[in-house]
Design a protein around this ligand. Structure first.
Ligand code: ZN
Length: 309
């Protein structure tokens, strides 16, 4: 399986209250996972946008408004935070280009080799004109729309715990894309679309309902008969997660979910691509406890990813 990562992730920083620079866990999660994967002997393709700006912009324009990427190219003298919560800085523009390229490479790779994985998230909060939720571009939507230009019939299964406002905004009313998701967290700033037509989403409150609703989603997907399967593997469903959490969803249940999804993909016999999503540890109990939680999260991420590799 080809594994993709963005070359500039390591250059994205955040500024603390005292002016100190550090990396948000949405960034350090990717970097730590990439190190662990390398240590494990997996080869990672780090995608750079050098000389590929035009190709990348074409991908962004498939789903976002004209000049969407200008959001990341402003120059401000004082520290500025964008609508996605990230600090404006020179590394954001090349990183956004890389994410769009990864969205394309993932599809090409899955269609050629059967599967692909990305440490970059699904960008599912990025709407038509605005990025949200730490995302830069909507990689899930770009992959889906790009795949339809290759005559694919695409399904997205988004199992990140947050509402998929961006994908629902960008993909509604498309006959060749079925957008499905289970979620339980949302904020008012995100655009909301009802579950209807080609959008099928359910708010779940506990791990008991979760598996019942997941089965219903799978039935919908099977009826749709996709030729390509796009999966957003959200780790923030864990009930210990700082930003989300489904009541009763422990590590064993998360791994059970992955085994069920993998078995379902095998049954569909479609190529598939997997985006890593979410996963935020609670850091309120001191440094020792936080680093133990981070190690635990890394371990569960590796176990879950192995299900697909
Ligand atoms: Zn999330």
């Amino acid at each position: 399986m080809n594994i993709f990562a963005a070359a500039n992730t390591k250059n994205v920083f955040h500024k603390g209250k005292g002016g100190n620079l550090y990396q948000l866990d949405t960034i350090s999660n990717q970097i730590n996972l990439e190190s662990k994967m390398t240590e494990f002997g997996w080869n990672i393709n780090y995608i750079s946008s050098e000389g590929k700006e035009k190709e990348s912009c074409e991908m962004v324009n498939l789903v976002h408004r004209n000049n969407y990427l200008d959001i990341f190219r402003q120059e401000k003298s004082q520290t500025t935070y964008l609508s996605n919560g990230l600090m404006l800085q020179p590394s954001l523009y090349p990183t956004a280009l890389e994410h769009a390229l990864i969205a394309k490479r993932m599809v090409d790779s899955a269609l050629k080799n059967g599967s692909a994985f990305s440490t970059v998230g699904g960008g599912h909060h990025c709407e038509f004109g605005m990025p949200f939720g730490f995302g830069l571009v909507n990689t899930l939507a770009i992959s889906a729309v790009y795949a339809t230009t290759l005559k694919q019939r695409v399904v997205i299964l988004d199992l990140d715990t947050h509402y998929s406002n961006g994908c629902n905004d960008l993909l509604h009313n498309r006959e060749d894309i079925l957008m499905t998701s289970l979620w339980n967290q949302s904020i008012p700033a995100w655009k909301y679309c009802d579950s209807k037509d080609n959008l099928f989403h359910v708010k779940v409150t506990s791990s008991n309902d979760y598996f019942v609703e997941l089965k219903k989603l799978m039935d919908k997907i099977e009826d749709f008969k996709p030729s390509l399967f796009i999966y957003h593997l959200g780790f923030d469903v864990l009930d210990s997660d700082r930003m989300g959490g489904v009541h009763g969803m422990n590590k064993a249940k998360l791994l059970l979910r992955e085994k069920l999804v993998r078995k379902f993909i095998d049954k569909l016999q479609t190529p598939y691509l997997v985006y890593r999503g979410g996963g935020y540890v609670d850091y309120r109990d001191g440094e020792l406890e936080t680093s133990a939680r981070k190690a635990g999260l890394l371990e569960i991420q590796m176990s879950a990813i192995k299900v697909y590799i």
